[in-house]
Design a protein around this ligand. Structure first.
Ligand SMILES: [Ca+2]
Length: 149
């Protein structure tokens, strides 16, 4: 089957599947979407407050201050559009943060601790969800200063 024919068949299947969803289910899905967006909004506000607290606690100087900044940048890179794991990832920003961590001697665990403090999530799990194997390898190679060796 030609590529376009396959795509067409998938398209028809998708349209059929969408058309078969009853209106009551659409209403539930819409309500769920609104609730989820509200949740993200509240979480964003809470995260911002925690970030401010973390900055107030450790300052913006020194390695811990840098670690808070890097945790915040990584969180922004993971939440590309503010919707969690399914909104893609800003890989360039992830690599840039890794480069800065290596240059400034801020280790992964320090950033992971700050990430946990501010966002309540395990940095390693977030990385697993956001990056594929090749991207993870690149990230950790940059952290070790062994990228492109
Ligand atoms: Ca994401």
């Amino acid at each position: 089957m030609a590529y376009t024919a396959i795509l067409g068949a998938i398209g028809k299947g998708a349209v059929g599947a969408v058309n078969s969803i009853p209106p009551e289910v659409w209403k539930l899905l819409a309500a769920g979407g609104v609730a989820y967006m509200g949740y993200r909004l509240v979480k964003g506000t809470v995260d911002k407050a925690k970030y401010n607290n973390a900055v107030a606690a450790v300052g913006t100087d020194g390695k811990k201050g840098l670690a808070v900044e890097y945790a915040s940048l990584l969180n922004a890179a993971f939440n590309n559009l503010g919707w969690g794991w399914f909104d893609g990832t800003d890989e360039d920003l992830v690599y840039e943060v890794a480069t800065q961590m290596f240059k400034n001697g801020v280790d992964f665990q320090t950033v992971a601790n700050m990430y946990k403090n501010v966002y309540g999530d395990e940095l390693l799990q977030e990385i697993d969800a956001e990056l594929d194997d090749g991207e993870k390898l690149k990230f950790f190679n940059i952290l070790r200063g062994t990228n492109n060796l």
